[in-house]
Design a protein around this ligand. Structure first.
Ligand SMILES: [Zn+2]
Length: 206
């Protein structure tokens, strides 16, 4: 290899190495910084998933028959969601970066809250598959049922951060998908238990 080319490659390698180290520390917004953050978040997500599923099985009295796949939003996404669940691929998507929130000690704690919500969607999907029925539809009623179950899971797992403190949700608003959904499913899941309650709500949906 010509010496000049060797020098060019070596200097290029040193430059990228230095950039990687500095973005890992500063959390810079370079593309490389995003790749490093993505790898760290994915590592933390996989460690959290098993623990979160076990904790839900114990607290909610349910059994997971499989695991979802995990991924992160593309750095180029326009989505403002903190997480998403895609029933067609059984995949939970989480953010690389969570905005700072005084209610949480770290972004990882914030991610765990979202993971507990998205697992509620995954559990709903498992029950639908078991019953041979489709995942709740994208109508307001279907989405409210799905978000209500997911927020019920999240709220039971994080009672210290109770989001829906009162029944004062206005029916039909976007927020009511979550708050209204929570209050819609809560009586059934409290009374019948989560497993039977989710089955009941899914089979009687229109
Ligand atoms: Zn959701």
């Amino acid at each position: 290899m010509p010496t000049r080319l060797k020098k060019f490659l070596l200097e290029g390698g040193l430059f990228l190495g230095g950039l990687a180290a500095s973005t890992a520390i500063t959390g810079g917004t370079t593309f490389l910084g995003d790749i490093i953050r993505k790898a760290r978040v994915e590592h933390a997500m996989h460690l959290s998933l098993e623990e979160a599923m076990e904790a839900q099985e114990k607290e909610l009295g349910i059994q997971y028959s499989s695991k979802p796949s995990l991924s992160t939003f593309s750095p180029f996404t326009n989505s403002q969601s903190s997480g998403e669940y895609h029933p067609w691929s059984s995949c939970i998507l989480l953010r690389i970066d969570y905005p700072s929130d005084p209610r949480f000690k770290s972004p990882l704690e914030r991610m765990r809250l979202t993971l507990d919500h998205e697992l509620g969607h995954f559990y709903t999907d498992i029950v639908c598959q078991k019953l041979g029925i489709p995942y709740p539809s994208s109508t307001f009623t279907g989405r409210q049922l799905s978000e209500g179950i997911a927020d019920y899971f999240m709220t039971r797992m994080h009672p210290e951060i109770f989001l829906h403190t009162e029944r004062g949700c206005e029916y039909g608003t976007e927020h009511d998908l979550y708050c209204g959904g929570y209050w819609r499913v809560k009586p059934f899941l409290d009374e019948m238990g989560v497993e039977k309650g989710v089955e009941h709500l899914l089979t009687r949906q229109k």
